[in-house]
Structures are given as structure tokens and as C-alpha cells.
Ligand binder design. Structure first.
Ligand code: DON
Length: 317
């Protein structure tokens, strides 16, 4: 088989019962036609609505996938938990949460959800992610974005490229995000330049990933911060726990409650149609299907995770 010649350290398993389950889910959900592909930038509007991929990586580093598992898409909001984790590692829990809350907003991801202290409600919405980005420092030898890219790449276990066109489109049109940045600055919680924080936020959203990348990133969180494929400790066990906690309450926007009920695994979704879900101690899952429901979550992605959670008894409770 091509791709199993041993050169690629992360070759997915071609056979076996897990892949059969993933393939069955892909086949069953492929005919579903609900949802709208995000169209706020042309790079997303042009996505293939039929693209559908599913991957799972065990805490032991076994990798399984089905469907469009090589399709690249921009990570978008799925970057948010990782930038939050980075801020936690650098600044500690109390300092980070002096700048951003930890309550579900119950509002859309781009809403002006600031609490009475001027903090964005949580780090999983745009306002909060722009603030957590602002808390991360650049170094003399490496810009802030390159540091962020390096950490997301360590989570994925390979170097992540950036989609320049998506970045440029967002930089040219993302004035609502700039406004969220300025409101956070007015609240005294955004550090440094709003424009630089927003541009670095757009850059991290434009990193390219596949469902296998998302599954490895999720498995790294599920394994307490150690990438099960590379063996690298990317973040502390404590930071992994904090990150999973915030994903549990705030990762699925205003559907966090429904998600906790039906899927019960910490997760994060993005407007490109990706969902990353991490079942602590057992599995990381990545899904990609561009059509979104009204909350901005991938329709097939949500359905696939409901089935996987049921099938493998992944619900936390
Ligand atoms: O800032 C934005 O609006 C996009 N770059 C990312 C938003 C996103 O993925 C939120 N997800 N549903």
C-alpha cells in the first residue's frame, strides 16, 4: 500500500475494526445535506461541501482514519485551546484569568461577550482568543506567531504551514475582530498592540491542518500534554487539564450544553468545518466537513462525534 512504506512516521492504520467503524460513519453521514459552508472569506466559501474526513488517535499513538483524511483546511477557531494552553504555560492560571473569564457565553463566537470586569467571557470565543494571543510574548529570535506556530506544530507532530490567502482575506476584512480587540483593550485586559494581536490571531487561524493533525493534537491533550506519536511533552499535565476543562464548558459555542449531553467529550470546533475532540486517557478525534449548523459547528462533524461517543463509550460520565 502507498503511504505505509515506513517513511511517514504517522501513517494511519489501513485496516482493522476502528477504521471499519470510521468508514461506516463516513458512509452513513455522507448523504446528509443540511448546513451552510462558511462564506465570510472567499477561501472558506470555496470549500467542497462534500469533503468529509474522520480520524482517531489513541493515547498509545495508534492512528486511524477514513474519508478525506488528507484534505487540508485552515484550523480557524480550533487553534484557540492551544493558544490558551500556551498562555497558561507562560503566565499561569491566575494571571491568564485576570484577563479572560472561564464562563460559557451562550452567544455566537464573534459576539461582544465581555463580563462586568471588561474581560471576554472565555478564551474559546474570538474576543477571548485575541486576548490570550496578546498575552504571549515574542522573542528576539522568534516572533510571537512563530512561537505559536511551533507549539501547534508540536501538538500535531509535524510542521504546520499557513494559508497566506486566508490570512490576507481575514486581515483585510476582520474589522469586527479588531473591534473586539479594542473593547478588550478598553477593558484593560489586552496587552500591547491590538493590531498586532489581531494579525497574529488571523495567522494562527490560517494554519493548515488535516483531520489526522486534529486527532493527534486532541490525543496530545487527551494524554495529559504528551504527543503520543512523537513522545514530546508539549504542555504540562496541569495545563492540559485546564485546557480540557475550558473546552468542556465553552468549546462548542452556544451548543456547549447540548454537546455535553449527547457527546460528553471536551471539544472545539471551527468555521472551516473542523472539530477536535479529546476523550481523556483514551482517544483524540478529528473531523472535517464544511457545512455548518446555525451555531457554527460542522453538521456531519457533530453527528459523527455523537456516533463515535456512543460506539466507544467515550462520554465522560
Ligand atoms: O475570527 C474568525 O471569525 C475566524 N478566523 C475563526 C472563527 C471560528 O472558527 C469560530 N468558529 N466557529
Amino acid at each position: 500500500d502507498e503511504g505505509t512504506d515506513g517513511q511517514e512516521p504517522r501513517t494511519t492504520e489501513e485496516t482493522g475494526p476502528v477504521v471499519a467503524v470510521l468508514e461506516r460513519i463516513c458512509e452513513e453521514l455522507a448523504p446528509r445535506r443540511e448546513g451552510q459552508v462558511s462564506d465570510f472569506i472567499p477561501e472558506l466559501a470555496g470549500a467542497d461541501p462534500n469533503a468529509f474526513g474522520l480520524a482517531a488517535v489513541s493515547a498509545h499513538g495508534r492512528c486511524y482514519s477514513a474519508g478525506d483524511d488528507e484534505a487540508a483546511f485552515t484550523v480557524q477557531s480550533v487553534s484557540k485551546p492551544f493558544v490558551y494552553a500556551m498562555a497558561l504555560e507562560e503566565r499561569g492560571l491566575d494571571d491568564v484569568h485576570a484577563h479572560v473569564g472561564a464562563e460559557p457565553s451562550g452567544e455566537p463566537f464573534n459576539a461582544i461577550s465581555l463580563d462586568e470586569q471588561g474581560r471576554p467571557e472565555n478564551p474559546m470565543i474570538n474576543a477571548g482568543a485575541i486576548v490570550t494571543t496578546s498575552l504571549i510574548r515574542g522573542e528576539e529570535s522568534r516572533s510571537r506567531f512563530e512561537r505559536i506556530r511551533a507549539v501547534l506544530s508540536s501538538f500535531a507532530g509535524r510542521h504546520l504551514s499557513m494559508d497566506e490567502d486566508s490570512y490576507r482575506s481575514e486581515a483585510g476584512t476582520g474589522h469586527r475582530n479588531r473591534a473586539l480587540g479594542y473593547l478588550s483593550m478598553a477593558g484593560g485586559v489586552l496587552e500591547g498592540s491590538v493590531e498586532e494581536a489581531v494579525l497574529d490571531y488571523f495567522r494562527q487561524c490560517a494554519l493548515n491542518v488535516t483531520v489526522v493533525d486534529l486527532a493527534v493534537m486532541a490525543a496530545t491533550l487527551a494524554s495529559g500534554g504528551v504527543n503520543p506519536l512523537t513522545g514530546e511533552r508539549v504542555i504540562s499535565r496541569r495545563t492540559a487539564r485546564h485546557t480540557l476543562s475550558v473546552m468542556t464548558s465553552c468549546g462548542m459555542y452556544d451548543r456547549a450544553g447540548e454537546w455535553a449531553l449527547r457527546v460528553g467529550i471536551p471539544a472545539k470546533s471551527g468555521v472551516s468545518g473542523g472539530i477536535l475532540a479529546a476523550a481523556p486517557g483514551s482517544f483524540g478525534v478529528g473531523v472535517f466537513s464544511p457545512p455548518l449548523d446555525h451555531a457554527g459547528n460542522s453538521v456531519r462533524g457533530v453527528a459523527a462525534l455523537e456516533q463515535l461517543s456512543e460506539n466507544y463509550d467515550l462520554h465522560m460520565l
